[in-house]
Write a protein that binds this ligand. Structure first.
Ligand SMILES: Cc1cc2nc3c(=O)[nH]c(=O)nc-3n(C[C@H](O)[C@H](O)[C@H](O)COP(=O)(O)OP(=O)(O)OC[C@H]3O[C@@H](n4cnc5c(N)ncnc54)[C@H](O)[C@@H]3O)c2cc1C
Length: 286
């Protein structure tokens, strides 16, 4: 199928793009990599009056490290993250996660801003934003504002971004260099969206677990932090018994959905299994 008729604009500044979004009063969509937007339009699941193309705006694709934070421009392609030495050196958990995103052609065009703005519940990048307690910068008609990961996602493919706001930068704190990490995912085929996924980041202090962070993908309306499981680890350490306790809490905390790919019960079961697996692998790193 072909999309319904739409206007096309390719502004060269963020300000002009925001002004166009504002003028269309919520009936325009930003075009980033187009990997999800165009299929949605081709199936006529959405019929925006206009597309505002971000691809001709200079300086919104970059990866910079600064004071323990990675700053990533919204138009940075998945493939650039995958091969970035800065990401590999400072945030290897992102290098691991990005390889699980779709297939090569989609990674070549898809962008970090597009993925976070789309907020697919089964996508890996929202899970990374959550587990790292990152934030995004959004630009709108009244300037910029910073939105914390915990405040960005509202539900299935829904964020707190306004219709005339552009997500322009992603900020990801880099964990301590001696933190262990792991991304564990179950998908039917390599490159498919996750049926369930869990990312773990743990910092040890001797036998204690100084800090544990866990987040999900695929097991609810949006990625969430597994806070009850984190508390078990921070209270009891990273021995097998604590990991098994955390995995049980993780399975309890999620509210998965049943769909054609898997039942809610199966997703809940996978959450426990993947949590334990991710924690054991993260623990073994240091
Ligand atoms: C077959 C297939 C398999 C896939 N598998 C996976 C997978 O396993 N894991 C995964 O994570 N993803 C997967 N994806 C999604 C893909 O990774 C893209 O990241 C995703 O499509 C969105 O990125 P994009 O740059 O293409 O955004 P677009 O498709 O251009 O835009 C998506 C939405 O976000 C809005 N938007 C885009 N940029 C911005 C911005 N800067 N500010 C505000 N709003 C914005 C658009 O208006 C649109 O509504 C898959 C896609 C396909 C087609």
């Amino acid at each position: 199928m072909k999309p319904a008729k739409f206007d096309y604009h390719s502004p060269t500044t963020l300000e002009a793009a925001v002004a166009l979004l504002h003028d269309y009063k919520g009936d325009a969509r930003l075009l980033a990599g187009g990997q999800s937007l165009l299929p949605l339009m081709n199936f006529r699941l959405i019929t925006p009056a206009a597309l505002v193309d971000l691809n001709r705006i200079p300086d919104i694709a970059y990866i910079r490290a600064d004071d323990g934070i990675l700053h990533i421009g919204a138009m940075t392609r998945h493939r650039a993250l995958e091969f970035s030495p800065i990401v590999a050196g400072r945030l290897p958990v992102l290098t691991e996660a990005i390889k699980l995103v779709a297939h090569l052609p989609i990674r070549s065009r898809g962008t970090i801003g597009g993925s976070l703005a789309l907020a697919d519940p089964a996508a890996e990048l929202p899970m990374l934003l959550q587990v790292l307690e990152g934030e995004v910068v959004a630009q709108g008609p009244n300037g910029t504002r910073v939105i914390k990961a915990a405040d960005l996602f509202e539900g299935i493919m829904t964020t707190t971004l306004a219709a005339d706001e552009i997500l322009c930068e992603v900020r990801l704190p880099t964990p301590s260099p001696n933190a262990g990490f792991a991304v564990e995912e179950y998908a039917r085929r390599r490159g498919d969206f996750a049926i369930a996924a869990v990312t773990a980041i743990v910092e040890r202090a001797g036998a204690q677990c100084k800090k544990a962070r866990l987040a999900t993908a695929g097991v609810g309306a949006m990625s969430i932090r597994l806070t009850a499981a984190e508390a078990v680890l921070e209270g009891s350490g990273l021995e097998d018994e604590a990991i098994d306790g955390a995995a049980a809490k993780a399975a309890d905390q999620v509210s998965p959905q049943t769909d054609i790919h898997a039942t809610a019960d199966y997703r809940r079961h996978l959450t426990g299994i993947l949590t334990a697996r991710a924690l054991r692998r993260a623990r073994s790193m240091h």
